[in-house]
Design a binder for this molecule. Structure first.
Ligand code: G3P
Ligand code: MG
Length: 280
């Protein structure tokens, strides 16, 4: 039997509130715990497909997470791996195929034959389908970073697309690669940014992320402790953790006052929350 856990939104120290936080009214409105559908409802649907995202929205996810990289002809496509084998019937690197070639691939049968019609979506297609019904956490894959920063670099295309679609208030852009975050902050300071890490943040990293004005810090659950979460809260960041698929881990992280949870199964975590608390 689990103890009931009281859930309250965090209150940031005003001196640390950064520009992105103040400008992210939709994010700010999300009270903790925020449930984030990791690659959509990937428990029941093939990850990073329109079917998985639609299901996650219908399951009540406040935010959906997806991964983007570039096709050979420089379109932003939604797929986690750098290669096609695991989640499609294609082969080789994603960035060596044109969008038209990628669109011919079956992105669903690997999961279940009934999803054979699923295709690798473009970022625009996902954003159009979600249509503001949930916030979208767009993770830019580290491998898409280009030191030369060409005019059609992924981070530049992303900012242009979000501005054109008037969705700058409805997204949270994250990456393991902080140079993406630096570049995006310089392109549009209204966009909320998040650093992802599988390691704890030392003081100098925290300071540079504060200077960058990130909104949240996304950490692998295995490295989090109450002290680390407090340090990150004191720095002004919300703390979201990945990837939480077990109630017992969820409960531990709630006790640490983690603010949001990437999960493959929103329905499971929503069930764990019950009527306002974590219990059986
Ligand atoms: O953003 C949280 C999580 O998605 C990071 O890891 O490998 O699932 O993209 P990965
Ligand atoms: Mg991801």
């Amino acid at each position: 039997m689990w103890n009931r856990i009281h859930v309250t939104p965090i209150k940031l120290k005003r001196k640390y509130m950064n520009k992105a936080y103040q400008q992210s009214a939709r994010l700010d409105a999300l009270t903790s715990p925020v449930l984030i559908a990791h690659r959509g409802d990937k428990t029941r649907y093939p990850e990073n497909t329109l079917a998985a995202f639609e299901a996650a929205v219908n399951a009540g996810a406040e935010m959906i997470e997806l991964d983007i990289s570039l096709s050979r002809d420089r379109s932003m496509v939604v797929i986690h791996d750098d290669t096609l084998e695991r989640t499609t019937n294609g082969k080789g690197p994603v960035n060596e195929r044109t969008l038209s070639e990628l669109k011919k691939l079956d992105a669903g049968s690997w999961f279940d034959k009934q999803f054979a019609a699923e295709r690798i979506p473009t970022l625009r297609e996902v954003l159009e389908m979600v249509d503001r019904r949930a916030l979208v956490n767009i993770e830019i894959k580290k491998s898409a970073f280009e030191a030369s920063a060409p005019d059609d670099a992924i981070e530049k295309q992303l900012v242009v697309l979000l501005q054109e679609m008037e969705l700058t208030d409805s997204v949270l852009i994250s990456s393991f690669e902080t140079r993406f975050l630096e570049r995006i902050a310089a392109l549009d300071s209204a966009l909320a940014l998040a650093a992802i890490s599988t390691e704890t943040a030392d003081d100098s990293t925290v300071k540079s992320l504060q200077e960058l004005g990130i909104y949240s810090w996304h950490g692998w659950y295995g490295i989090l402790t109450t002290e680390i979460v407090k340090q990150l809260h004191d720095a002004g960041f919300r703390v979201f953790s990945f990837t939480i698929n077990e109630r017992v881990v969820f409960k531990d992280l709630m006790n640490m006052e983690v603010d949001g949870f990437f999960t493959d199964d929103c329905l499971l975590l929503r069930g764990a929350l019950g009527n306002g608390g974590v219990h059986n």
